[in-house]
Design a protein around this ligand. Structure first.
Ligand code: NAP
Ligand code: 3JM
Length: 340
């Protein structure tokens, strides 16, 4: 018989992604039975509110997942590496937001609007990976275009908010702005350079090929989610002084002839996408409007006049919601509807 309520654990509950999980589970009325909030010793003993009730935060350890049906993980890659497989062995299905398992051949990498059927593969390791925030919003917008016109190449530059680097990076932007307005120097501790009134062309660490890990996540994850290694992707990822919501300038080259009107028409019907594209009236997506919403917003759709079949566009979404917690809860909703 199908369960009516599911026991859920949030690993990394006190982080910016973790707190978004709490809001989304409550807003979408996910059928939560028992809820466990897990974090490190730094936050164990504190409390967070869910459906008007204060729930204690406890230490994430080997015993945390007994009797838990679904684990929503965002405690950082090394913590997921250790605890997600242990949770899986205890019978808990883990939806992991870190980069740890995304490219594992035995772990599905899922965006519900794009490849929901891949969820079936969760049984191999009891882990489902949530893609990187920048990948998610890009593939949500590009999937309908790829299906109809076949995308050969993607060139993307990102403008990523500080919330993508966690709660301490958000505090760092506030602290630096305050310090600079008070004629004091701005200290960079979490991000690799000063972020106030600046742009940093480095997200995550550098690899030998000159790209950052964040850039290669976009390349590899897009190919895995589309199930197409022939799609060529090149990315430049940049941190900007915005609190929430990532923006992307995306250029695509397609196999079949394509027009801006055809793209607008296709995307206006695409699940999870809202087209905001009337630039002469000042209508285009921006982080301040996308923050705290669920859709992926697309605008500035225009022909790339430098090639035969090319389109430029601007894609914006809330990185903590569609880019992380919302995407994971949507996966959980499919899991309970179709699989458990
Ligand atoms: P954050 O605000 O810094 O929060 C980190 C969370 O992890 C906190 O709850 C922290 O607990 C917990 N944590 C850290 N070390 C731990 C440990 N040893 N054991 C148990 N819990 C531990 O970071 P965030 O932005 O929420 O992101 C967390 C992770 O999610 C990132 O590192 C990244 O891997 C992933 N992420 C994924 C996406 C995505 O899927 N697209 C987007 C953003 C982030 P304390 O309060 O005790 O420190
Ligand atoms: C977003 O613990 C870590 O190294 C986490 C670094 C991180 C990641 C990651 O690699 O999991 C910070 C912010 C991500 C991500 O979504 O890829």
């Amino acid at each position: 018989m199908k369960k009516k309520l599911y026991n859920v654990a949030i690993a990394g509950a006190t982080g910016v992604v973790g707190k978004e999980f709490l809001k989304i589970l409550e807003d979408r009325k996910f059928p939560v039975g028992e809820l466990k909030l897990l974090a490190s010793e730094r936050s164990a003993g504190s409390r967070l509110t869910f459906r008007g009730e204060e729930i204690p935060v406890t230490l994430l350890d080997d015993e945390s997942f007994k009797g838990v049906d679904i684990g929503l993980f965002s405690p950082g890659a090394s913590v997921s590496a250790k605890h997600a497989p242990r949770a899986g062995k205890a019978g808990c299905i883990v939806i992991d937001n870190t980069s740890q398992f995304r490219m594992d051949a035995d772990v599905p990498l899922v965006v519900p609007e794009v490849n929901p059927k891949a969820i079936a593969e969760y049984k191999k390791k009891m882990i489902i990976a949530n893609p990187n925030c920048s990948t998610i919003q890009m593939v949500v917008a590009l999937k309908p275009i790829h299906d109809k016109f076949r995308i050969k190449r993607i060139v993307v530059s990102t403008y990523q908010s500080v919330s993508g680097a966690g709660k301490e990076a958000m505090e760092e932007l506030s602290d630096q702005v305050r310090a600079l307005f008070n004629m004091q120097s701005a200290q960079a501790k979490v991000l690799p350079q000063r972020i106030a009134f600046n742009c940093i062309p480095q997200i995550d660490s550098f690899l030998d090929n000159g790209y950052t890990k964040e850039e290669m996540k976009m390349v590899n994850e897009t190919q895995k989610i589309f199930g197409d290694d022939t799609i060529r992707v090149t990315a430049t990822t940049v941190r900007v002084p915005v609190f929430v919501a990532h923006s992307e300038s995306v250029n695509i080259e397609t196999e079949k002839p394509i027009t801006p009107d055809a793209v607008r028409k296709l995307l206006s019907k695409a699940p999870g996408v809202t087209v905001l594209d009337d630039p002469k009236k000042g209508v285009y997506p921006m982080p301040v409007e996308a923050a705290d919403t669920d859709d992926t917003f697309v605008g500035r759709i225009r022909k790339d006049e430098s090639i035969e079949n090319g389109i430029n566009m601007w894609i914006v979404a809330d990185n903590l919601r569609k880019g992380a917690a919302l995407n994971a809860v949507q996966i959980a909703e499919i899991l309970i509807k179709d699989y458990i």
